[in-house]
Design a protein around this ligand. Structure first.
Ligand code: MSP
Length: 645
């Protein structure tokens, strides 16, 4: 990474607020946080950005299913994501939401600039079309000629759309790759891009949609919304104020030193993104680093399989630092790795409890026991000192090289060599034997001092990975919490240690008990229903009573134009006036199956406008299985308007 003027700009992908984030998402962010913290310790002026990618059809559909507006839908989930980053101790300097007004305005200016340059033209998107659902499909998606959503026949159709002249950038992209070795890492990803996309020839890119509304309107034609990836990728510059009121951060930090991303989104970041930037005449990022996937033994995590690993459960149970350590130690950053509860507990027990935790508690106890808690620097050189001091120096050098080459797992392995060597030093110097003879006092002090120094150096080296543990070690060593990376090289920097007994930093875990308990609360694989019921907060009867539930008869029902998931219902609620409700059940019910039925209405919900329909209430339905919904029907004998409690 080539840092400019001592600044360092690092980003994570911005996350879709469509589902709860799992441990795979946490991985990207923890890695970026570790790098940001490392660079800060090295004295860089760091800007670390993360955020959420909130537009697009998927969100619009999910909001409709939930019976809320897209903005209400995302607000709720984004708050949860921000809480997760707080819990994981993520030190981002900014959190961007693509629904932030400044971003939306800047994206429109960006579109306009590319349009004025002649890089955007109106064309036709051709594909298979399902009229009732108003959705486009590719030949592969609708291979049997039927709409994957509703099963009705699709036909060939075209939609007017704006296109970006991506094909014009082929040579410039290849030139950029060639003149910037290290732009795409690991290098195997660059070969994939060249062989799979560039060589076969880049097609122009469709960058607008007109079949849904939840997006940033195209400035030259508000019937279209801007393609989510153009909207999302530009977050990396709009967050800095590009095309906004104050672009001083952009001037200071752009181009980015590194975008951390998962391997599934390399094409967007190494083909589309640099091409967009070239079109805007602004420099490309120095590096895009694509990490691998956190997999489960059975393959990928997915909500429908019920096997997503919840970082909150693990962090609350074992501590944030244990989880951060595990993720970065267990998986080589550019490769895939398998998460398992067993591996996690093994790592906690061996590396954290046994190696690091024991070293700290033994050292603190011995300094208290033999020196009443205070040990000064000792110049008495012992037989094993030189080797230990050399190991400390090597650990710092190696960890620095490893972090500079974005090799987190190797950096931790190199740091742990110092921890092991320090533990070994205790066995070699046998302080408990030295303590038996008063004439060995100076030697014993020397041993204690070296232990403290090695722990201090460890506290510096692990700080980017495990900030709280680093602070706790320093607290127990009785030294300050302000330090720089270079202090890891300064053996003998601290002159006196006055230790303070503190908590056990990583208590040893009982493997069998943990595995049993974990399999009932998290990780692979769980019964999602049980987990959900157990995770739901209790409410009082008074809180429940605030919900007004009424029997309502469906007197009319029809599909909502432009919202394939929604049905518009007209309800008789027993008051003489009818009520309109939009419900995201079109996938499971045809209007004729509903008309005449009595359902349960939540009558006192705030009205919400869903795809142009003002919905006044919500009807109740049950989620059945992975992807099925059953409306709750009442007996015909229940008159409309009856209160349900
Ligand atoms: N919104 C886009 C990114 C836009 S960036 C301008 C997106 N969002 S995402 O929420 O689906 O994924 C965010 C990141 O999480 C991606 O880098 C993705 O690779 C990563 N991961 C999602 N699941 C993962 C694992 N199981 N393991 C590791 N990373 C994974 O893509």
């Amino acid at each position: 990474m080539s840092e400019k003027n001592n600044t360092f700009y690092i980003t994570t992908p911005i996350y879709y607020p469509s589902d709860k984030l799992h441990i795979g998402h946490t991985y990207s962010t923890v890695a970026a946080d570790t790098m940001a913290r490392y660079k800060r310790l090295k004295g860089f002026d760091v800007f670390f950005l993360t955020g959420t990618d909130e537009h697009g059809q998927k969100i619009e559909d999910k909001a409709a299913e939930a019976g809320v507006t897209p903005k209400e839908y995302v607000d709720n989930i984004v708050a949860g994501i921000q809480d997760l980053w707080k819990l994981m101790n993520i030190s981002n300097d900014k959190f961007i939401r693509t629904t932030d007004e400044y971003h939306e305005k800047a994206v429109q200016k960006i579109f306009q600039k590319m349009y004025d340059k002649g890089d955007i033209y109106m064309g036709k998107y051709e594909g298979l079309y399902c009229k009732p659902c108003e959705s486009f499909w590719t030949e592969t998606q609708a291979a049997d000629g039927k709409c994957p959503d509703c099963g009705r026949p699709v036909y060939k159709a075209e939609e007017e759309a704006y296109f970006f002249k991506l094909s014009n950038y082929t040579d410039k992209l290849v030139e950029y790759y060639e003149s910037h070795p290290g732009f795409i890492e690991p290098v195997s990803r660059q070969n994939e891009m060249i062989n799979n996309f560039i060589k076969p020839g880049l097609q122009d890119l469709c960058i607008s949609r007109s079949t849904f509304k939840w997006g940033i309107p195209v400035p030259v034609n508000p019937d279209h919304v801007i393609y989510v990836w153009l909207d999302a990728l530009t977050n990396y510059i709009t967050a800095l104020g590009y095309a906004g009121d104050d672009d001083s951060l952009y001037q200071k930090f752009w181009p980015a030193d590194v975008h951390f991303i998962g391997k599934d989104i390399v094409r967007f970041h190494t083909i589309y993104w640099p091409a967009f930037l070239m079109s805007l005449d602004i420099p490309c990022p120095d590096k895009v680093y694509a990490h691998g996937w956190v997999l489960l033994e059975g393959g990928k995590m997915s909500k429908s399989k019920g096997n997503v690993v919840d970082p909150v459960i693990l962090a609350e149970r074992y501590g944030v630092d244990a989880l951060r350590y595990y993720l970065l130690r267990e998986i080589a950053f550019g490769s895939d790795g398998v998460f398992s509860n067993e591996n996690l507990i093994n790592r906690i027990n061996s590396d954290l409890a046994n190696d690091l935790g024991n070293l700290l508690s033994r050292t603190v106890s011995m300094v208290q026991k033999y020196f009443d808690g205070t040990v000064p620097e000792s110049r008495e050189s012992g037989e094993f000192d030189a080797k230990l001091i050399e190991t400390a120096k090597t650990a710092a050098e190696k960890a620095e090289q490893d972090l500079d080459s974005i090799n987190f797992s190797v950096a931790l392995t190199d740091i742990w060599k110092l921890i092991s060597a320090t533990n070994k030093y205790i066995d070699e110097t046998t302080p408990w034997i030295l303590a038996k003879d008063e004439s060995n006092k100076a030697k014993l002090a020397n041993v204690m001092y070296n232990l403290c120094e090695c722990l201090r150096i460890t506290s510096v080296l692990i700080a980017p990975f495990m900030p709280d543990t680093s602070a706790e070690i320093r607290n127990q060593l009785g030294i300050g919490d302000k330090f720089t990376w270079s202090e890891a090289y300064e053996y003998g920097k601290e002159k006196t240690y006055s230790v303070v007994k503190g908590k056990i930093i990583f208590p040893r875990l009982d493997m069998e008990k943990e595995i049993e308990e974990l399999s009932s609360v998290s990780a692979a694989p769980v019964n999602p229903l049980k987990a959900e019921i157990e995770g739901v907060a209790k409410i009082s009867i008074d809180e429940f009573a605030k919900t007004d539930l009424r029997a309502a008869k469906i007197v009319d029902c029809f599909p909502v134009k432009k919202a394939k998931k929604l049905l518009q219902l007209t309800l008789d609620v027993g008051t003489g006036e009818s009520r309109t409700v939009a419900s995201g059940i079109a996938k499971w019910y045809k209007p004729e199956e509903l008309i005449g039925k009595t359902v349960v209405l939540v009558s006192n919900l705030n009205p919400a406008v869903l795809c142009g329909v003002e919905s006044c209430g919500m009807i109740l339905a049950a989620d059945v299985g992975e992807d099925d919904v059953k409306v709750i029907f009442l007996d015909d004998s229940v008159p409309a308007g009856s209160k349900i409690r």
